[in-house]
Ligand binder design. Structure first.
Ligand SMILES: Cc1ncc(COP(=O)(O)O)c(C=O)c1O
Length: 455
């Protein structure tokens, strides 16, 4: 451990005591959980040191843990709750529809109405199919692209996260190569090639070399730290896809309905061939996902046009298009579509917060940098501003500072994820006072850091 890390350890040890005192019951639950849930969690991404908080309630911008502590939430259900946790008008609709069946298992009018709404809102989305998650949406999108192009290779971004599906579960975190998981043979990712975000030359090299069916990209890498596209990058990706005949898939699981109502396509004025969605599209209900595209592409899913199963691209699933998720999604997106203007003030507010965070980083001698697009904010304790997800990892002073930062914010009743890559996905109902509390607490952390590292 170098001297910088030793200093950070001092912050961790000082505030661990406070955390221990305020989260006695979470600690007990963690012990129980560890007996029945591997690692004591249902999803490792929700773990932080030394044990996670166990949340019992959420409303608007707040979550409460089992010890009764209330936190400002900047994670918002993995970026799902754009109007805050459990908005009354959505919960009422969910309750009403549930009385008529939670899962019909037949075609239903609600899915048709929601499809009509989404195809009006999302650019280049003539036809749509619903899925049960963002992972599934990406799985079916890649399959569709391969069916359409009759090619094999998929290009993804190093550090891009598209869910746990085998073929895209590579090059997500350092060293950005090979399978990201045990139990994933190299063979299953042999047609996936990864390139750096913001690097068109590397992408073109791969497109020249391989028969690329699809380029799949988060227009703004989310879990990779909300990295900003440099000017012209996304347009350049669009041009490369056209030049080399690859299908361009925008994974808008985070950016969809967040950067603008029409997602990143509308925000950046760059069109995709297939758009995948998750999170917000489900209106806060589980089982949120969809993929959509031009008619000519989506027609490959149509059993009436392709009666022979092997000639069409398969999509389906038991809970697909269930009325609860569909109705919640419809209610939310319909509401947002009546107030498009709200996106300007939403993005402006979080742009200002990001600038303030960045100003503080500057004032404190640059121990950190901010990245920001719309309401997506990344905070990086790096030597310079990251331009790619590799940068966001390899330019770090230490991973320990991320742990200290998370702990410090937590004991100040502010929550975000992940511990190893702070990215904020606030809602439209977070207040300016909350944002002020965030930046003031951030400044206090920088004070701690300055004090510790200089002594
Ligand atoms: C950009 C992106 N794509 C896909 C996924 C996977 O979605 P899900 O967790 O719903 O399967 C996520 C989840 O965080 C995501 O952020």
């Amino acid at each position: 451990m170098n001297s910088y890390e030793q200093s950070i350890e001092k912050i961790i040890s000082k505030y661990s005591k406070v955390y221990d005192e305020m989260t006695v019951r979470s600690r007990e639950v963690f012990k129980r959980a560890s007996q029945v849930l591997p690692g004591g969690v249902v999803y490792h991404a929700r773990f932080f040191h030394p044990y996670p908080l166990y949340i019992v309630r959420a409303k608007d911008t707040f979550v409460w843990d089992v010890d009764g502590n209330r936190y400002d939430d900047y994670w918002m259900g993995h970026g799902t709750h754009i109007l805050g946790h459990a908005p009354d008008f959505i919960i009422d609709r969910v309750y009403e529809i549930s009385k008529h069946g939670t899962h019909l298992g037949f075609e239903n009018i609600y899915a048709v109405e929601y499809a009509e709404l989404l195809t009006r809102i999302v650019p280049n989305c003539k036809m749509i199919r619903f899925t049960n998650s963002g992972t599934e949406a990406n799985m079916y999108a890649v399959r569709l692209a391969r069916a359409y192009t009759r090619r094999r290779y998929v290009v993804k971004i190093r550090g891009g996260w598209h869910g746990g599906l085998d073929q895209l579960h590579t090059a997500v975190s350092p060293p950005f190569s090979g399978p990201e998981s045990a139990g994933l043979p190299e063979d299953l990712i042999k047609y996936t090639v990864s390139v750096s975000y913001n690097d068109l030359e590397e992408m073109e090299r791969i497109l020249r070399m391989c028969d690329v069916a699809a380029i799949i990209i988060e227009p703004v890498p989310g879990a990779g730290g909300c990295i900003e596209p440099v000017d012209g990058y996304l347009k350049g990706v669009r041009e490369l896809a056209d030049r080399y005949g690859a299908v361009l898939i925008f994974d808008e699981v985070i950016t969809g309905f967040r950067l603008s109502l029409g997602g990143a396509q509308e925000y950046f004025n760059v069109g995709a061939d297939i758009v995948t969605m998750g999170k917000i599209v489900g209106g806060g209900m589980p089982g949120a996902g969809a993929f959509c595209g031009r008619e000519e592409l989506m027609a490959l899913l149509d059993h009436t046009k392709h009666p022979e199963p092997r000639s069409r691209s398969f999509h389906g699933g038991t809970f697909t298009g269930n009325p609860v998720t569909i109705m919640a999604g419809f209610t939310l997106i319909d509401y947002l579509s009546r107030d498009r203007e709200r996106y300007s003030s939403f993005n402006e507010m979080w742009g200002t917060v990001a600038k303030e965070i960045d100003r503080l980083c500057e004032e404190y001698g640059r121990p950190c940098w901010t990245t920001n697009v719309g309401s997506m904010i990344g905070i990086h304790f790096t030597k310079s501003k990251p331009r790619s997800v590799e940068d966001a990892y390899y330019l770090r002073y230490s991973s320990k500072v991320y742990e200290a930062f998370h702990l410090f914010m937590r004991i100040n009743r502010i929550l975000y994820l992940s511990e190893k890559m702070p990215h904020l996905l606030p809602s439209m109902v977070h207040s300016k006072e909350q944002a002020k509390k965030f930046t003031e607490t951030f400044a206090k952390f920088l004070d701690e850091l300055k004090l510790c590292v200089s002594t």
